[in-house]
Design a protein. Structure first.
Length: 318
């Protein structure tokens, strides 16, 4: 078997990453890991390096055994210890875990989907210089609406869900193509809904994967990946592609919420050809003030967070 290559699937949360993952995973030639966020939470965060300094091989395996990633992969302490060596870092451990994981046997492409890995594109490019990066994006207003319903985001203040989407798009736009070059691919969620076969064939051509008609059946790939405790926000990713799953923000967001998203994402919406709804002047004075204050807060904090995230990765040894 040729050397395994990695496909990383990222995007702002609620942009269709699960749907696209399930479709690709329906091919017998690629195996996506259950969503585990191990690279982001443990490796790129520096946690693995700290654990490595504190424990020997056996102790480190014991510490990692209870981690969410290994629970999803059904690896016990002995399995984990077999993947560890004396001095290797977290990226090498990740590669060995993928090699050890049963579904990747005989498969040349391994996939890892973590929406928030979009914030770690520089680290990804250094750790996996020959990997493919797929970034799926969606109308920011539908993303914001969807976040008001998902169990992991519905209790946040609306501004912070909008802020998260804005900075993650900032990072993807700034670093994706620049660092991954020809191995970077953007996918528009709405286009995937309208013409899924054409989009999937384009992805297959990019990542050297043969198209398989089963990839039009998200449930086939998703049943291996979606856990019962994730059904609350991933249920739709197991259903057939629905071309009408768009523009729900028109009835789901208030006028001032839509205006905040549009104002905060103005540059991205222009570049990605998402038309604004109405002029902010159509709002009442209190709503206009609310939008102005909230969007100004995002405008101030977003570059700070973006530069902090990129700076910490420039200092990191992964």
């Amino acid at each position: 078997m040729p050397s395994r290559r990695f496909v990383f699937l990222v995007g702002v949360g609620r942009s269709g990453t699960s749907l696209l993952q399930n479709m690709l995973n329906s091919s017998p030639e690629i195996a996506f890991l259950p969503e585990n966020s191990f690279l982001r939470r443990v490796v790129f965060s520096g946690r693995f390096s700290k654990l490595r300094r504190s424990y020997d091989r056996r102790g480190l395996a014991e510490q990692l055994e209870s981690d969410h990633a290994f629970e999803r992969l059904k690896m016990n302490r002995r399995d984990i210890e077999a993947c560890l060596s004396e001095h290797d870092g977290g990226v090498t451990l990740f590669r060995r875990v993928v090699d050890h994981w049963g579904p990747t046997n005989g498969v040349a492409l391994a996939g890892d989907k973590d929406p928030r890995l979009v914030e770690f594109i520089p680290s990804l490019s250094r750790a996996f210089p020959d990997a493919f990066l797929i970034h799926i994006y969606r109308d920011p207003r539908d993303v914001a609406l969807s976040k008001t319903k998902a169990s992991w985001s519905k209790d946040r203040a609306f501004i912070w869900n909008v802020f998260g989407g804005r900075v993650q798009l900032d990072i993807a736009r700034r670093a994706g193509a620049a660092l991954f070059g020809e191995r970077y691919l953007e996918v528009r969620y709405e286009t995937l809904l309208n013409d899924p076969e054409t989009v999937i064939r384009r992805i297959c051509q990019k990542i050297d994967l043969r198209y398989d008609a089963n990839m039009m059946n998200p449930a086939l790939g998703g049943e291996k990946l979606v856990a019962s405790n994730e059904l609350d926000w991933k249920r739709n990713s197991l259903k057939p592609v629905d071309a009408d799953n768009r523009d729900k923000w028109k009835n789901g967001l208030s006028a001032q919420q839509a205006a905040l998203v549009e104002r905060s994402h103005r540059a991205h919406m222009q570049r990605l050809n998402y038309a604004p709804s109405t002029s902010p002047a159509a709002l009442g004075p209190i709503s206009r003030l609310w939008v102005a204050v909230q969007s100004a807060t995002i405008a101030i904090l977003a570059p700070v967070y973006l530069n902090y995230r990129l700076w910490t990765q420039s200092k990191s040894q992964d």
